[in-house]
Design a protein around this ligand. Sequence first.
Ligand SMILES: *Cc1c(COP(=O)(O)O)cnc(C)c1O
Length: 405
Amino acid sequence: MAKDLDPKSVGPRTLAVHAGEKPDPTTGSSAPNLVMSSTFVTEKPEGFSAHELTEDSPFVYARWQNPTVKSFEDKLAAVEGAEACVAFASGMGAAAAILFSELSSGDHMILSDVSYAGIAELSRDTLPRMGIAVSTVNCSDAANIEAAMRPETKLVFIDTPCNPLLRLTDIAAAARIAHAGGAKLAVDNTFATPIGTNPLGLGADFVMHSTTKYVNGHGDAVGGAVCCSLEAARHLRSEAIVHYGGVLSPFNAWLMARGMATLPIRMRAHEETATALAQMLESHPKIEKVLYPGLPSHPQHNLAATQMKNFSGMLTFRLKGGVAEGQAAAERLAAGLGIVHYAVSLGHHRTLICYMPTDSLLETSFRLEGESAEDYRAYAGDGVFRVSVGLEDAEDLYKDLDALL
Ligand SMILES: *Cc1c(COP(=O)(O)O)cnc(C)c1O
């Protein structure tokens, strides 16, 4: 019992269940203990500096490292195929950790012009104030990344499929371009999940997750993580964990590790249901366009089919008509849905829907004009309904939506 698991010798489902945990040696408990202790008794006096922290350090203080959080980190690292993982209090905590520990005044970053709103706003508002230049480019064409590279570019930050367009970036091409220019590549892998895409294997240096979403999977805990090399994780832990302090709570780590055990089978079900719902919605008379990477009608379906092992559960659709029709339908849905929840967030077992009007998003989060704005409109029209397809029956979801569209 309780031999160490060799991650290379077992499949992803076995890893998701067993990696990072073992039966408790004193009680024999099969399920992992939840360790809430904030401090730890050590066998000899230990240092107080983050710079003295190594992988072999004992547990000293829970902001530095906690056994339950470590167990979750080890599980996610194994499933993502990473040397190491560092967990944060939220996905934004993880994103901010990459940005602030990698970039300094005078550096330049390239960011996908359409991304998670929080990362879009942090990069556009806060980084320039710190003397960091940011170029936002449409990363779905790798040539745009290449054209935006500068001698002082240190980081390329992409998300694929991106929120809310579900437009993809070719990760291997982005990594080649970033590395040729001496920059690192960070990928927000929240939508694709480690079951769909493993960006580190395609050349990325950092993979970040909002583990609030699919990794936890049940809509009851907020958290984030960065998967990377051991060396990069050491730097993130000493700087971003110990000094910025946005650590994941042990209880949330415990919930997330439990959620992860079913991640591979949940993702199969999310994909199956999203595919069925996308197909039904595609022939709905009121719907103009459905975007789902798994549908042959997705403009980048070929890239999706090679880059993604699972198409995940995120789809968007837009209605015929303009913003008035979209807004009115959003109001009907919010007031009348029976099964689907009208709510932000994603990756839960419950299906969630929300309306994302183009004008306000372009103005507030993305601030796109000209060609970038036109390209956004080509995907989204005047606004999209973003659906995070849960684990219910596709027919029930369709009936719930159809009655109000
Ligand atoms: C939710 C989300 C984030 C932010 O994560 P939080 O856990 O809410 O802080 C970042 N990126 C993507 C793609 C997300 O969906």
